[in-house]
Design a protein around this ligand. Structure first.
Ligand code: ADP
Length: 463
């Protein structure tokens, strides 16, 4: 600033300077010397330093010799200094302009980087998978909202908290630490792990990747947690299904084999016993056939490959046909069937064969699980406002214990307490549910009191 002042004021200024002997001269000279020293030292500019030295020497000499007119030598000595300072100022100005340009460029680059960062962050937050990024000191650098939700923590507003202060699952912490300690850049590890959060357990496929920083030894970790709870559940259900199916198929097959062997070995001594054996084989073969049909029907509906032929249909007609089929079995057990069915004008859009099968299944169960002399009633309830029709099949049978009620529509589920009442596969009600809910978008439900009876309902939309 002082230099700039000197340059700007130029020769006009030093004409006002005090002469030797004037009271301010010593102070003035000392100030100039200090200024020149400072200028020459600070600027490290060879030319300025040289000019400063010359001016300094001239002034000192003039002071020592008592020169009357130091201003005369000022012109001579200061001009090169002023020129040097001017040159330096020009180069400083050029440099400052260059610096200002660079600052502007940097500002633009910074804005671009900020925009890119915001963009990356919004992508990260929109990902449904949980993402965690840690640094070489196992501190949390980044986490998205899915991670906060899935792992039950609040995203830190600032700073990098250690992961063991943020994450609650010890195995996840250990996995991140192990991955970081491995320090093998670009390496990946995929682990399946279940994590408890808010009293719920969910299964994740965790992909851990090692990051390498500028220094090869410094690495952080990116952990991506993909929720596979549903897939794991489906895989488990498939396994259960396969083991159930093979078990269910094996039972009648073993029985058929055993009776055939007994016949071959001549263990049926008379014609009556032989006939009994043949009957058992026939029943078991029929059971096997029903089982295979039911399994195929359920899996066809579940996988969506079943052919559905929906047409306007009167449930009254279907119910009457089903009653006709079931009557011989009911008579055999001295069971009466009461009906209270809506007129045939009420129609639903449905596949006749499928609905027939569902209603027949419920009626067949009602007969199976009702002791001799019982009663079955079939009624329909029409709700014209909501355009719905409900078919209710009630019996005075053994009923279903409350603990079993939520499961009776599950595949292969049989109520243990009722097993002695009738043989079965545990697939009938599952098929009813698939037909009504999956194919016809209706609803099945059950109400039951042990020892008093059960009511199964099918609800469908009127067309
Ligand atoms: P199942 O071939 O064993 O009859 P379902 O899927 O039709 O298979 O029925 C599942 C279980 O629900 C049956 O094992 C039975 O214990 C129970 N259940 C079904 N209907 C009735 C009913 N009307 N009364 C009492 N229990 C029933």
């Amino acid at each position: 600033m002082l230099l700039a002042g000197v340059v700007l004021a130029g020769p006009g200024l030093y004409r006002q300077l005090p002469s030797i002997g004037e009271p301010g001269f010593v102070n003035f000279a000392a100030a100039i010397l200090v200024l020149l020293g400072a200028v020459s030292g600070l600027m490290a500019h060879r030319q300025i330093r040289k000019s400063c030295d010359q001016v300094g020497a001239s002034l000192l000499k003039a002071y020592q010799e008592g020169d009357e007119s130091p201003l005369a030598l000022n012109d001579r000595a200061l001009n090169p200094l002023i020129q040097s300072v001017n040159q330096m100022m020009m180069s400083i100005r050029a440099r400052m302009n260059e610096l200002a340009r660079k600052v502007r460029e940097l500002e633009i680059q910074l804005k671009i980087v900020q925009l890119e960062r915001d963009h990356a962050e919004s992508i990260l937050h929109s990902i449904s998978d949980a993402v965690l990024v840690t640094d070489p000191w196992d501190e949390l650098v980044l986490a998205n909202e899915s991670a906060a939700r899935a792992l039950g923590f609040d995203i830190p507003e600032e700073g990098r908290p250690p992961i063991d202060q943020i994450l609650k699952d010890p195995k996840l912490i250990a996995l991140i630490r192990e991955m970081r300690a491995s320090r093998s850049s670009g390496s990946r590890k995929v682990v399946e792990h279940s994590i408890q959060n808010n009293g719920q357990e969910r299964t994740y496929k965790i992909t851990l990747s090692c990051l390498t920083g500028d220094r090869q030894d410094a690495s952080g970790v990116v952990a991506v947690l993909h929720d596979i709870t549903r897939e794991a559940e489906i895989a488990r259900m498939k396994n259960d299904f396969v083991s159930h199916v093979s078990h269910e198929l094996r039972t009648p097959l073993a029985s058929i084999r055993a009776y055939i062997e007994m016949l071959i070995d001549g263990e049926a001594t008379d014609a009556k016993q032989q006939a009994e054996f043949y009957e058992v084989i026939q029943n078991e073969a029929n059971r096997l056939g029903r089982l295979i049909d039911n399994i195929l029907d359920i899996s066809r509906i579940e996988s969506g490959i079943v052919k559905v032929n929906k047409q306007p249909l009167s449930l009254t007609v279907v119910i009457k046909e089903a009653i006709e089929i079931i009557i011989p079995q009911a008579i055999g057990k001295n069971i009466t069937i009461q009906e209270n069915i809506a007129p045939a004008i009420y129609q639903v859009l449905a596949d006749k064969d499928m609905i027939h099968r569902a209603i027949l299944n419920l009626m067949s169960n009602a007969v199976k699980y009702t002791p001799e002399g019982g009663r079955i009633s079939v009624l329909t309830d029409v709700n014209e406002v909501e355009k719905r029709i409900t078919v209710k099949i009630s019996d005075t049978g053994v009923g279903i214990p409350p603990k079993d009620l939520p499961h009776v529509f599950d595949k292969f589920y049989r109520v243990e307490a009722n097993n002695r009442m009738a043989k079965g596969t545990g697939l009938g009600l599952s098929l009813v549910k698939q037909i009504v809910e999956t194919v016809h978008h209706g609803k099945v439900s059950v109400e039951s009191v042990v020892g008093q009876g059960s009511t199964f309902s099918i609800e469908l939309s009127l067309c």
